[in-house]
Design a protein around this ligand. Sequence first.
Ligand code: 5GP
Ligand code: ZN
Length: 119
Amino acid sequence: APEAVRDGCIFCAIVAQRAEASMVYEDDITVVFMDINPATPGHLLVVPRRHAVGLEDLDGETSVHVWSVGHQMARAVRRSGLRCDGINLFVADGTVAFQEVLHFHLHVIPRFAGDGFVI
Ligand code: 5GP
Ligand code: ZN
């Protein structure tokens, strides 16, 4: 099994509270925090506590839970005062797919008419 915490991984450091993040939700399997460089206002990241790089080494149970939390976050964003017009749920798996942080994460990106964000 992959180790739970990987040295030098910024998201493992956030999970372990060795690095700062604006946390919005936590449970036994995932944490959700604000993206430090948001694509749009309200951009969240759903992150499994246990280190996995991509879909290949993410176990199915965790994958389903990450999606469920992303769904709940999307619904919360819709109900919030952000007044977004839409939402992207987005995973980058692999460097060629624009993954920069090599610890699996689901983006929750509120969308606003004319925001100009292009994946
Ligand atoms: P990726 O391109 O890997 O799918 O997305 C990584 C995301 O993580 C980017 O949107 C980036 O802004 C965000 N990010 C990178 N480092 C940090 C950090 O230290 N803290 C937080 N909160 N977000 C980060
Ligand atoms: Zn990690």
